[in-house]
Design a protein around this ligand. Sequence first.
Ligand SMILES: *[C@@H]1O[C@H](CO)[C@@H](O)[C@H](O)[C@H]1NC(C)=O
Ligand SMILES: *[C@@H]1O[C@H](CO)[C@@H](O)[C@H](O)[C@H]1NC(C)=O
Ligand SMILES: *[C@@H]1O[C@H](CO)[C@@H](O)[C@H](O)[C@H]1NC(C)=O
Ligand SMILES: *[C@@H]1O[C@H](CO)[C@@H](O)[C@H](O)[C@H]1NC(C)=O
Ligand SMILES: *[C@@H]1O[C@H](CO)[C@@H](O)[C@H](O)[C@H]1NC(C)=O
Ligand SMILES: *[C@@H]1O[C@H](CO)[C@@H](O)[C@H](O)[C@H]1NC(C)=O
Ligand SMILES: *[C@@H]1O[C@H](CO)[C@@H](O)[C@H](O)[C@H]1NC(C)=O
Ligand SMILES: CC(=O)N[C@H]1CO[C@H](CO)[C@@H](O)[C@@H]1O
Ligand SMILES: [Zn+2]
Length: 502
Amino acid sequence: MAVWKSIGALAAFGAATANAAALRPQARSYPTLVESAELRESIDIDALVAKAEIFQSFAYRSEGKNRLVASQGHQDTVNYIHDQIAAFPDYYTVEKQPWELLVGAGANVTANNRTIEGFATTLAPAGDVSGPLVAIPNLACNASDFDGIDLTGSIALVHRGVCESGIKNRLAAAKGALGVVIYNNGEGNLKGYSLSLFEDPATPYIPNAGITQGEGEGLVALLSIGQKIHVNVKTDAELKTTYNVNAQTKGGDQDNVIHISGHSDSVAAGPGINDNGSGSISLLEIAIQLTNYTVNNAVRISWWAGEEEGLLGATYYVRQLNQPEKAKIRLLLDFDMMASPNYAFQIYDGDGSAYNMTGPPGSAEAEAEFTNFFANIAHVNHTEIEFDGRSDYGPFLEAGIAAGGIACGAEGIKTEEEEAMFGGAAGVPYDVNYHEDGDTVNNLNHEAWVMMTRAIAHSTATYARSFEGLPPRNSSAAQKRSMKYKDMREGLRKSKRFLRWV
Ligand SMILES: *[C@@H]1O[C@H](CO)[C@@H](O)[C@H](O)[C@H]1NC(C)=O
Ligand SMILES: *[C@@H]1O[C@H](CO)[C@@H](O)[C@H](O)[C@H]1NC(C)=O
Ligand SMILES: *[C@@H]1O[C@H](CO)[C@@H](O)[C@H](O)[C@H]1NC(C)=O
Ligand SMILES: *[C@@H]1O[C@H](CO)[C@@H](O)[C@H](O)[C@H]1NC(C)=O
Ligand SMILES: *[C@@H]1O[C@H](CO)[C@@H](O)[C@H](O)[C@H]1NC(C)=O
Ligand SMILES: *[C@@H]1O[C@H](CO)[C@@H](O)[C@H](O)[C@H]1NC(C)=O
Ligand SMILES: *[C@@H]1O[C@H](CO)[C@@H](O)[C@H](O)[C@H]1NC(C)=O
Ligand SMILES: CC(=O)N[C@H]1CO[C@H](CO)[C@@H](O)[C@@H]1O
Ligand SMILES: [Zn+2]
């Protein structure tokens, strides 16, 4: 296997052997500039699946059989990715970037001395609080939902959905509540549930526990007929350190960076091999294959932690970048769920042609490049999906950084039109195992995974060669765009699609 010494040595080596190599066109024995077709062809399903098996083994030997952020299964994943990249010390710099989060470690809830199954909430503090239960109308996303309600010394009962639970918790705390009980807005439990927004030190969080929809609706019914309910909420939380893995080629223009990313953690329910192990693995495989080539622009690759808890790793990362560092990132491409069993080839609608939400300048061009890949190179159909910030590219959009990406589909239902375009089955979710214990190696679609990984390889190679066609950086336009984006997120909070996420 070729491990090139340093970029300086590498360029000299290339020049010295170029003539000799030209005589032996079969043997590519010197480093060449990366090229889409070659990098694409280096993608091999066996190499991808072998890594998926490794990720799954990390999950299965972990206590919760998952790769939940900061768990053993996740830590093993982070170390594995880091070590794979560190095996190319002359090609990449690589770091494990630490950050901390409070992971929920238990929640006991009683109502009038009856024990209710409680779910710990990540990012919320430990505590032992009691008081009368008060139900908050609407979805408790807006200060006006709390108008005329005095929560002093009380426990607030709120419904999940529409906005991050961190907003609900803060608003309740501001009205004097001692704790919050959130009830689910669908079937199932709230294992691994998160407040989804880092704590704002100015408005600290109060203890928070989740309960099922059935329990929540029962309590609301009792309160509505005037029954008094005294609630006790006991929560435990552990401060844990987790890591983003960030790698960057030593070669290429360090001031003009193509940044590709995915997330390394899973939800609590399962090993998370499609969501989003598949994206992480695609990136790892591309990072390894890239070491055979030189690049004109630096390639940065990040594996975020804590995506499932509210895009936390990416949020942390963007927050700690100063403006000149942000400006070096010409484009961020994010990849999640690359191997859904009932897939569609979906491109984020960066130009707003389908969903009327555009990204910062450069996002439209990124969409066009993926369209070019599917339509003109792979000759397959594609669809567009809302550029809604629902995955790790969200914090980059808010910082005015151009972004794009592709996906294969999560819990959404395949339409008749899409069945005609991609095969599979209409009326069935793209990934029936989304956030379930069935999200395993056996349920990956190999054809989709190779296609998606090749799409990533194409865009990586294209931008590693040149940013031609991408508009120049314009920080004033970026600022304007990021303000507009924040407004649109507000509008989106009201849309149905957001409801089950937060
Ligand atoms: C690099 O290229 C060689 C020769 O084509 C190939 O055997 C190898 O698998 C490639 N990848 C890496 C990471 O060396
Ligand atoms: C709960 O239990 C405590 C101690 O056993 C008792 O004093 C209290 O009256 C009970 N509260 C209700 C609402 O039953
Ligand atoms: C909050 O409520 C106010 C007053 O009813 C309303 O104008 C505003 O649009 C609401 N904001 C959100 C995010 O729902
Ligand atoms: C919840 O109750 C169980 C059983 O009594 C106890 O072991 C656990 O420590 C309690 N957790 C909290 C957060 O109070
Ligand atoms: C697109 O969104 C803008 C606001 O961002 C709005 O003014 C315009 O009417 C929308 N266009 C369509 C076709 O929905
Ligand atoms: C693309 O979709 C159309 C239906 O819209 C279908 O007839 C065609 O076979 C699809 N092409 C490929 C390559 O799957
Ligand atoms: C940068 O963006 C601003 C605001 O959209 C625009 O007025 C200005 O002409 C742009 N500058 C360049 C150099 O493109
Ligand atoms: C593109 C995509 O579907 N990504 C998913 C990765 O995982 C997170 C958390 O489960 C989902 O919210 C994203 O939708
Ligand atoms: Zn579009």
